[in-house]
Every structure is written in structure tokens, then in C-alpha cells.
Design a protein around this ligand. Structure first.
Ligand code: BDR
Ligand code: CA
Length: 349
């Protein structure tokens, strides 16, 4: 298991987590790493909640050194996700300092399924969009990932993956040695205790490109999963939107508008005035992992099931005998999470 190739912190965590797993306990992963500043690349498909996640991460400069955004097709086609990523960096005042790379235009083996019904035709329903202030980088996102991770210090870069995993799976397949540059993959995707959101069995990011997700989970790189199970435990509500709007800055207004659009959609669809908090939980985990709890488990992805395509099969009780390959997050201190989000957005323009 590639865990043995990881840096001291993930290795220590792995050993500690294994002990916790053996005891059947929940553990608090990476709590001991809470004071580090991480080098991060955000692989994304903006996407309303991607936009919030990106802003959350960019505002937390003291904790995260975000080097680039790599866009993938997902919520909307690639031409829109990469454009939206450039719009989000403009909002954050990082037009000149944060490169955006466009990656894979479709899943590895399947036609693209989008979520434009949820995120709107532009992918960023709920906010006014400007013409991006700067162009996309010339290099393909996969080439950027490979070059960067090959040149990186061992186990130094964290990928925050908040869309379908096509870019990452392609990079890991084309250049498996990039695992050595990776510290961890922190991804939003999957569902186990909660049902799916695109089919009864599957969550959107995994369902769109199950083969890519399967490659990533089999890669041996330490993975932290923020699934639907935790997204529903920190729902967006009008009461949680108000303090973010009250910050009074541009990004606060944008984040509040997007959240309000997400709540409006859920109200129309499910009749409740709240929306699951998806991608920002991955950013929140990076900002403060001590807010989250989970368990080190084995996760495999269903790639052939007639009714269960894209299901994340989590061996919560250790029945399979398969080695643990991911930390599956199930709990969050929701109030502290929203406080961290608010503090981060307050640092932006
Ligand atoms: C995930 O699917 C997308 O629609 C969101 O951006 C998020 O990444 C939630 O299932
Ligand atoms: Ca997303």
C-alpha cells in the first residue's frame, strides 16, 4: 500500500488511523497537522458550490497556498467551467497571480452528463457574470499537473478535487510517478450513509466519471473523502447566509447570492429551505481538519452495476479484508465550519 511512501504526517496519521480503525472508533484525521500551511491545487468544475469552495480556500492565505485552478468538465461543459474558474479568480482579486488550466472535456469512457439543471446554464446561477479579465493558461491541465507534481518536493502537494476526477485519473495513469509529489487528495464525492443525488445509489462527481474515480481510489495516494454524508450535516440555511452577506465585501455578497440560489433550488425541488453544503467542505477540511471526523476505510467504486453505477462502496465495518485507502468523513462541527468560511471570505475584496 502506497501509504508507506507518504510523508511523516500522513504516515503517522495512517498508523494512528489504523489503530483507531481496529478499535472501531471514529478518529480525528490530521489533527496534529492543523497548523501547517499546505500547497494546494484545486481541480474543479465551477459550479456554484465550487465557486464558494475556491473563494473559501483563496481567502485562507495563512493556511493554504493555492497554486492553480485546473478545470474539468462536470457541472457544465469545459468551456464554461474554465471560464467560470477565471471569473472566480477575478472576484478574489487574483487575476494575475492564480493560473487557470483547462483539462479534460469529457469523462474517460462515457459521454458527459452535466448538472446545468441545478447550477444553471452558465454554471453559476444566482450571480451576475463578467467577461473574465485574463485568458486561460496555454498548457493542458493534465500536463500542468504532471509537470508540477514531478518537480515537487516529495509528498508536498495536496489536490483539492471538487469535480469529476477525470483530470487527476488521466495524470495518474499517464505518469504514475506523480504520486511521489502528492501529499494527499482531498475530494468531495461519493455517498454511503446518505443516498445518492444523481441516482439513488450515486453522487454526481463519482457518477459522471466512475472509471476515473476508481483509478483515483486505487492509486495508493492518501485520500480524504468529503461525501454527501457530511454535506447534509452542514446545510446552507437563510440564517447561515445572513452573516456572510453582512460582511459587506464583494465576495461576501457573491457567496451569499450563490448560497441563496442553492437554497431556492432545493426549496423548489424538495420543499425545504436548506441545501447540502458540498464542495466547500473540502476547502473547509484543508483550512481546519480538526473540525471534521471520519474513519479510515476501504472504498471502491461501482463501474458496472446496472442500478448502482458510480456507487461508492465503503467498507465501514472492515468486512472485505481490503486494505484501507481513504479517510471517509462523516461529521463536522457545522457552526465552526461556517465561522471559518465567514472569516475566510472576509479577507477577500
Ligand atoms: C457535487 O456535484 C456537483 O454538482 C457539485 O459541484 C459538487 O461537486 C455534489 O454532488
Ligand atoms: Ca463541483
Amino acid at each position: 500500500m502506497i501509504m508507506s511512501q507518504t510523508s511523516n504526517i500522513p504516515r503517522r496519521t495512517f498508523l494512528k488511523a489504523s489503530a483507531a480503525l481496529a478499535a472501531g472508533a471514529l478518529f480525528n484525521p490530521l489533527a496534529q497537522a492543523a497548523n501547517e500551511r499546505r500547497t494546494v491545487i484545486i481541480d474543479c468544475d465551477p459550479g456554484q458550490d465550487d465557486a464558494i469552495a475556491i473563494l473559501f480556500a483563496l481567502g485562507a492565505r495563512d493556511r493554504l497556498d493555492v497554486r492553480a485552478l485546473t478545470a474539468v468538465a462536470g457541472n457544465v461543459p469545459l468551456n464554461l467551467t474554465e471560464r467560470n474558474a477565471r471569473i472566480v479568480r477575478d472576484w478574489a482579486g487574483q487575476t494575475k497571480t492564480l493560473p487557470v488550466y483547462a483539462g479534460c472535456p469529457r469523462p474517460l469512457m462515457r459521454p458527459l452528463i452535466t448538472a446545468a439543471n441545478v447550477h444553471g446554464k452558465t454554471g453559476l446561477e444566482g450571480v451576475e457574470l463578467h467577461e473574465p479579465l485574463a485568458p486561460v493558461a496555454q498548457q493542458h491541465a493534465v500536463a500542468y499537473l504532471i509537470d508540477t507534481l514531478k518537480a515537487a518536493a516529495p509528498h508536498s502537494v495536496t489536490i483539492c478535487a471538487i469535480g469529476p476526477l477525470t483530470n487527476l485519473a488521466t495524470a495518474l495513469t499517464d505518469a504514475p510517478e506523480i504520486r511521489d509529489g502528492l501529499r494527499e487528495i482531498v475530494l468531495m464525492g461519493g455517498a454511503f450513509f446518505e443516498r445518492g443525488n444523481i441516482t439513488p445509489a450515486a453522487e454526481f462527481n463519482v457518477y459522471v466519471d466512475p472509471e476515473a474515480a476508481s483509478i483515483v481510489f486505487a492509486s495508493g495516494v492518501p485520500i480524504v473523502v468529503l461525501p454527501r454524508d457530511v454535506a447534509v450535516k452542514a446545510p446552507i440555511t437563510p440564517a447561515r447566509i445572513a452573516p456572510i452577506r453582512a460582511i459587506g465585501n464583494r465576495c461576501g455578497a457573491i457567496v451569499a447570492d450563490i448560497m441563496a440560489a442553492e437554497v431556492k433550488y432545493q426549496k423548489g425541488r424538495r420543499g425545504v429551505e436548506e441545501a447540502p453544503m458540498y464542495d466547500p467542505t473540502a476547502a473547509g477540511y484543508l483550512v481546519d481538519p480538526t473540525l471534521f471526523k471520519g474513519r479510515l476505510v476501504n472504498v471502491v467504486v461501482e463501474t458496472t452495476g446496472q442500478w448502482t453505477l458510480g456507487e461508492t462502496v465503503v467498507d465501514w465495518s472492515g468486512h472485505s479484508g481490503r486494505a484501507p485507502n481513504a479517510t471517509w468523513i462523516t461529521d463536522v462541527d457545522a457552526d465552526a465550519f461556517y465561522a471559518a468560511l465567514q472569516a475566510s471570505i472576509a479577507t477577500l475584496p
